[in-house]
Design a protein around this ligand. Structure first.
Ligand code: GAR
Length: 220
């Protein structure tokens, strides 16, 4: 980097699987006005396809396989050591399927965001699409939230809604929700990198003001 080049926020992504959300962020980061840089991808699954996506985009990777650790605390300590090497301003959980310890979450308070496939506070945890079908809900969607000690319980930054149609299955819902995820995550990451969103005491601040409700993408 040249001495007079401005520094942009450093984004580190954690993922466990296919990485379609990571890909959406890579694609967004190639836009000329993107206000951040993806500095690394961390993964807990050595064979996850997301690692190939990082390789194709020349993004550094590290793998911390949770099966090599005797406890959540030891795993998180190792993960944290890797993350700190990159000095990130933002840690993006993009399908990272590990529950993080309180120490980890506290260490990165205000810098840690997650995407969750439901309209929080509904359906925290796993199998959200099937649970929506079982409940007979007519709407479903995705939420992006700051991560706090409470699982899937941190203040919600943005949501996008989809309609549940008569013939929908868990798979078709997952597909519809993911299309929204790929639009929404880059928007939120942009805002964060521009300094527009912050974690307040217990709420999201947007341009310094408490957000009364999560930002919503219009239903399409
Ligand atoms: C996404 O749909 C995301 O919402 C979900 O995992 C998927 C990862 O897909 N996250 C969670 O369930 C977190 N509890 P991807 O690997 O293709 O981005």
């Amino acid at each position: 980097m040249k001495a007079d080049e401005p520094t942009v926020p450093r984004i580190l992504v954690l993922a466990s699987g296919s990485g379609t959300n990571f890909q959406a962020l890579i694609d967004a980061s190639r836009e000329r006005d993107f206000p951040g840089q993806i500095v690394a991808l961390g993964c807990n699954q050595p064979k996850a396809f997301v690692l190939e996506r990082a390789g194709q985009a020349n993004i550094e990777t590290f793998v911390v396989d949770h099966r090599n650790f005797g406890s959540r605390e030891e795993f998180d300590a190792a993960l944290m050591a890797h993350i700190l090497r990159y000095n990130p301003d933002l840690i993006v959980l993009a399908g990272f399927m590990r529950i993080l310890t309180t120490d980890f979450v506290r260490a990165f308070r205000g810098k840690l965001v997650n995407i969750h496939p439901s309209l929080l506070p509904k359906y925290t945890g796993l199998n959200t699409h099937q649970r929506v079908l079982d409940a007979g809900d007519r709407t479903h969607g995705v939420s992006i939230h700051f991560v706090t000690e409470e699982l899937d319980g941190g203040p919600v930054i943005a949501q996008a809604e989809i309609s549940v149609a008569a013939g929908d299955t868990s798979e078709t819902l997952a597909e519809k929700v993911q299309q929204k995820e790929h639009l929404l995550y880059p928007i939120v990451v942009r805002w964060f990198c521009q300094g527009r969103i912050q974690l307040g005491q217990d709420q999201v601040l947007f341009d310094g003001q408490v957000m009364e409700a999560p930002m919503r993408l219009p239903e399409s």
